[in-house]
Design a protein around this ligand. Structure first.
Ligand SMILES: [Zn+2]
Length: 307
């Protein structure tokens, strides 16, 4: 990375949790990693609640996440942004795609797409059924972005060069869903550009989404941020920590212990006794001693015992 990319004014990071449940160790790791990358560079750190998928949003989860982050001593820049209040911006981006014929209406049901085969990430790959027009007597359900053949590649700061052929591995993907909500991929791209985010640090469970987001950035003429994908935290069964896998909430009454465990997971070797130090001292140490080169380069890693 060039020095100019890490100087403070040129670094704006963000943490963007989905309020589907409590803040667990996996999301804490992403929060700590993105925060320390930003602060160590003298940059800004924004907070965005990714509640664009309203049917999956859990009541009270956003408030609970914000409260936990605050009690843990995270200090974000500017107002918290909620995707559920930004539908107009997503619609404007969608209209631009529609006017340039980059998207098409799709009548296929979930079952019809599922029956057509799987892409690399295990999700159904769209076979292109409605690409050249809706089949007779079928109504539009969702809108999909046309993807052209060819690999989309990017240099991940931690994971190295990542390439994906969207046409063969994903297929034309949904940007406006059958239930009327805009897709996560579109919302993220619009928000990161509008908020001026330059550096995205997040869990590697999202790395398969990144080529789709880069493709959308190119279609919309938006700048491409720098990406760093941290190892995603998995439980003893190898499952990603989530509400579905019953991940434990972070104990906000013991923030130092939680932060120290996250620092250890991120390869930062906190000194003995840091878990008992004052919260400000923990953050002071963490920012002053942040060593990106010590981050583990794997895509998944197990949670430490007890987390
Ligand atoms: Zn279709």
């Amino acid at each position: 990375m060039k020095a100019s990319e890490t100087s403070g004014l040129n670094y704006r990071g963000r943490f963007a949790p989905s309020p589907t449940g409590v803040l667990h160790f996996g999301s804490l790791v992403a929060a700590v990693g993105s925060y320390l990358e930003a602060r160590a560079a003298g940059g800004e750190w924004l907070l965005r609640i990714e509640d664009v998928d309203e049917p999956r949003t859990a009541a009270g989860a956003a408030d609970s996440i914000l409260r936990t982050l605050e009690r843990m001593g995270f200090a974000w820049d500017g107002e918290v942004v909620f995707q559920s209040r930004r539908t107009g911006r997503y619609r404007a981006a969608f209209e631009r795609l529609r006017l340039s014929a980059a998207v098409f209406a799709c009548a296929c049901s979930r079952r019809e797409v599922a029956d057509s085969g799987l892409g690399t990430d295990g999700a159904p790959r769209y076979p292109g059924t409605c690409r050249d027009g809706l089949p007779p007597a079928r109504a539009a359900r969702a809108w999909r972005l046309k993807v052209e053949p060819g690999r989309v590649c990017f240099e991940d700061v931690l994971q190295g060069r990542i390439c994906q052929d969207l046409a063969t591995e994903v297929g034309d993907f949904v940007v406006l869903r059958a239930d009327g909500f805009f897709a996560y991929q579109l919302a993220v791209v619009v928000d990161d550009a509008e908020q001026g985010v330059t550096h995205i640090v997040r869990g590697a469970d999202l790395i398969d989404s990144t080529p789709r987001q880069i493709y959308l950035q190119r279609q919309l003429g938006l700048p491409q941020p720098t990406y760093l994908h941290l190892p995603a935290v998995v439980n003893a069964l190898g499952e990603k920590l989530s509400k579905q896998t019953r991940a434990q909430p972070i104990d906000e009454h013991r923030p130092q212990a939680s932060l120290t465990a996250a620092l250890e997971f991120l390869g930062q070797a906190p000194p003995d006794g840091l878990a008992e130090a004052g919260l400000e001292d923990v953050w002071h140490w963490a920012i002053a001693h942040w060593q990106r080169q010590h981050l583990p380069r794997c895509r998944i890693a197990p949670a430490p015992a007890g987390w």
